[in-house]
Design a protein. Structure first.
Length: 378
């Protein structure tokens, strides 16, 4: 179901609120619990669950619940594995609405100590590559009425949005655990080629929905969500830049600086001009070279995240026993005397540890200049 098929402004409000409640930076376990609770509240269901589909694509490997306290869950005992109605929902891969569970042909009943349940709504949670991650199961609306077709449409739309967030959480989890540079590059590419494209798709769907929405408040809220999506896409691109690792460990300092500036220009859209002396590697120790690259990475990352700059100039020089990196941007600037952020503190700390210094000059509306030095023989 497309977002523009939801005609009720209040229900569209509710769907947008539900999507915004999902914390994309939460760990996967916490994220799944939030998804179940949010989906249940979205349609006023007394009980909810998310069944994670196992590797065989047919049974359930995990079952996260909402509305059932720990004591009741312990008394129920073993978790369901996808038989009966739950199994049919996995196989159907499309919404299933049941008004009377006990009379449904594939129903196998519930175990002892299980709360009685009558109404049922099940929808798939689909990840960005089209795979079924799991299914949302909701039962017994608090108002006692059956689930409606629009309830099914709302939860199906929410399930697709939840799948995209699960994609991001899974990729971040992999990135934390993996250390091989080839795997990091592959996952960064997946973030760029899959997650960003899916976010574009969500944004496009919301833009299409604007044409059919007459309520000014709803239109404002949709536009705010579109702004948030643009910001999220920008942050993902910046994260990709930060996690990318260079493939060649024996690359020259000049080529490594070139990789960083090209990434800023090509992937993040900030024009970068690099001036670096030829043969600089002969004058710089390997320890200093490594930390100089990391310092430039952090400077450029701060510029992309905070400065709104369209261009940056990088000048590298050797002066006496120091390597000097000067980076200027044409961004919005800031007030350095208000206290540096963590990124700037890290830069200063790294410079001092290498016998150098880090100074920052910035004016509101006139950009920022960062001068970073280190003992080149360290």
């Amino acid at each position: 179901m497309a977002y523009h098929e939801i005609n009720d402004p209040e229900r569209l409000h509710a769907l947008i609120d539900a999507i915004l409640l999902i914390e994309a930076d939460a760990n996967l376990d916490g994220l799944l619990g939030t998804i179940v609770e949010t989906a249940s509240r979205l349609v006023g269901a007394q009980y909810g669950a998310l069944g994670v589909v196992a590797g065989d694509g047919m049974t359930l490997s995990r079952f996260i619940t909402y509305g059932i306290d720990e004591g009741t869950r312990a008394a129920i005992g073993i978790e369901p594995h996808g038989h009966g109605v739950l199994g049919e929902t996995v196989r159907r891969r499309e919404p299933l609405v049941i008004d009377e569970l006990s009379k449904y042909p594939s129903s196998v009943g519930v175990p002892a100590n299980h709360p009685p349940m009558k109404r049922f709504l099940g929808v798939p949670v689909t990840t960005g590559n089209g795979q079924i991650f799991g299914n949302l199961y909701l039962t017994d609306p608090l108002d006692g009425d059956p689930f409606s077709d629009e309830d099914a449409q709302l939860v199906a739309a929410f399930g697709r949005a939840a799948g995209l967030v699960i994609d991001q959480a899974t990729l971040r989890s992999h990135l934390r655990d993996l250390t091989l540079s080839e795997e990091r590059e592959r996952l960064a590419r997946d973030l760029h080629d899959t997650v960003i494209q899916r976010l574009f798709g969500v944004g496009l769907a919301l833009q299409i929905s604007l044409a059919s929405v007459l309520d000014d408040d709803v239109r404002t809220r949709i536009n705010n969500v579109l702004d948030e999506l643009d910001t999220t896409i920008h942050e993902i691109r910046t994260t990709i830049f930060e996690i990318d690792q260079e493939q060649a460990t024996d690359a020259t300092l000049q080529s490594r600086f070139g990789v960083l500036t090209n990434e800023v220009a090509n992937r993040l859209g900030v024009k970068a001009d690099l001036k670096i002396p030829t043969g600089i590697d002969d004058a710089i120790g390997p320890h200093c070279a490594h930390h100089t690259v990391q310092a430039l990475r952090e400077i450029l990352s701060n510029i992309v995240r905070h400065s709104e700059a369209s261009a940056v100039q990088i000048q590298v020089a050797v002066r006496d026993n120091l390597i000097e990196v000067v980076v200027r941007d044409n961004g919005v600037g800031f007030m350095p005397n208000l206290g540096p952020g963590r990124g700037l503190r890290n830069l200063a700390s790294r410079a001092r540890e290498l016998g150098g210094d880090c100074t920052i000059k910035s004016e509101i509306g006139r950009g920022t200049m960062v001068r970073w030095t280190a003992n080149r023989l360290d």
